[in-house]
Design a binder for this molecule. Structure first.
Ligand SMILES: *[C@@H]1O[C@H](CO)[C@@H](O)[C@H](O)[C@H]1NC(C)=O
Ligand SMILES: *[C@@H]1O[C@H](CO)[C@@H](O)[C@H](O)[C@H]1NC(C)=O
Length: 407
């Protein structure tokens, strides 16, 4: 089934506006790194002899340019660095330096002559990946937008090479994204694809040589930033792909409730890095975050999209307080009105037992008033024409929807 719609997310709000940052211009190019990004970024550098000392200096410059884009600090981005040849060495842990200049200086030391002796004869990529893993584990933090490794290598793994894929998989299993940059002819795209995260378009790069690497710096920085944006708010194509994969008739809605639960777990490694994806509005009283998604789909598809896109569920508005919160600021200015959509699915439904409305999102029964015809309406939406009154409607009808993610 072909989907031709575009998913639009309504994302203005007091807090979202406060967090919003303009795209920044780096050396004339538009880069969408948000200054508020909290990324844990570890560089994994090939220091085998084939790279050569001169080229290693270029890599060091490349890394410094990269680091320069980020706001550095405990609440912001943290940088680590590991290099490998025969063995792998942790050069800098994520919590070693709290300011940018200190990090840049420390990285710069690697282009000093004394470092020449560190360049070794083998390409122990797997060892590098293992040390990266320990670097992440040595300095965990809960509030990150993304955890990412950038591997720069000029050769195929040739030492403990059978551990390369398992060690890369271990990182990925912990929600760490691996971006790979292969330099020169000795390392091919398919070598990198064994290590890199997907989609490969965003995580696998090759360059002809080290000069070419330098000339692609801005492009690679922009891609890394986009990958972070993607993790925070997955873009439209993905939702279409998901719907195409997962499309199901309303009869399957009940089974989908379990599916959505499983998907939550599946997505957890991605979404759990931050309690609220940055496009959500966070509320600490209800320990939840919310988003109005201005695309119209059936109730079941809406619940599935909340799960697939955000590790969330359709919203469960358990109390009058929570209901009032959803009706008021900060959603007033959120573009909900200008979206042209006036009905928004939430998680209430009686699909399990006719006549007994339950919140699919948290399994509690619905205790607040819901208007509408119980015979024809088995799913609950907020009716914008009546001050977002909770109303029952036919589950198959396409409405916008509200996702909620608890923390
Ligand atoms: C590869 O690197 C790891 C990490 O430093 C090390 O433990 C391992 O012994 C190395 N492998 C070889 C064959 O030297
Ligand atoms: C939000 O909308 C409600 C209903 O129209 C209104 O009573 C309330 O004052 C609005 N709040 C803000 C902050 O605009």
């Amino acid at each position: 089934m072909r989907m031709s719609w575009v998913l639009t997310v309504v994302l203005f709000s007091a807090s979202a506006l406060a967090k919003k940052t303009e795209p920044r211009s780096v050396k004339g190019e538009l880069v969408i790194c948000s200054e508020n990004d909290a990324v844990d970024l570890v560089f994994l550098l090939d220091a085998s002899k084939s790279v050569g000392f001169k080229n290693y200096g270029r890599v060091v410059g490349f890394v410094q340019d990269f680091v320069n884009v980020y706001e550095i600090g405990p609440g912001h981005t943290r940088i680590g660095l590991v290099y490998f040849s025969v063995k792998a060495t942790k050069y800098m842990g994520l919590a070693d330096f709290a300011d940018k200049q200190a990090i840049l200086d420390h990285i710069g030391l690697m282009s000093e002559k004394t470092f020449k002796n560190e360049l070794g004869g083998r390409t122990n990529t797997s060892g590098g990946l293992a040390v990266v893993h320990s670097v992440f584990h040595a300095s965990p933090r809960t509030e990150t937008d993304a955890k990412m490794v950038i591997l720069i290598s000029d050769g195929k793994p040739n030492s403990d090479k059978e551990l390369t894929v398992p060690n890369a998989d271990k990182l990925k299993a912990d929600g760490i994204q691996i971006m790979t940059i292969g330099v020169g002819n000795s390392i091919r795209r398919d070598n990198l694809e064994l290590i890199a995260s997907e989609p490969f378009d965003s995580y696998v790069f090759t360059t002809k040589n080290f000069n070419d690497l330098i000339s692609k710096t801005q492009e690679l920085i922009a891609t890394a930033c986009k990958n972070v944006e993607y993790l925070k708010c997955p873009p439209h194509e993905r939702s279409m792909q998901i719907l195409a994969e997962q499309h199901a008739a309303i009869d399957e809605a009940i089974a989908d409730l379990q599916n959505a639960k499983d998907l939550l777990w599946e997505l957890d490694h991605r979404c759990n890095v931050n309690p609220c994806p940055s496009c959500f509005v966070r509320n600490d009283d209800f320990k939840s975050c919310y988003i109005f998604v201005a695309e119209t789909v059936s109730w079941a598809d809406a619940d599935r999209l909340c799960a697939r896109l955000y590790g969330a569920r359709l919203a469960s508005l358990n109390s009058a307080e929570e209901f009032n919160y959803i009706k008021g600021e900060p959603f007033n200015d959120s573009g909900v009105a200008s979206s042209g959509i006036d009905k928004w699915w939430i998680s209430g439904n009686d699909l399990m037992e006719r006549g007994t409305l339950m919140w699919a999102g948290d399994g509690h029964s619905v205790k607040v008033d819901v208007t509408g015809d119980p015979d024809t309406g088995r799913c609950v939406f907020l009716d914008g024409a009546h001050n977002l009154r909770m109303t029952r409607g036919a589950c198959g009808v396409a409405h916008g929807f509200v996702c909620e993610r608890g923390f």
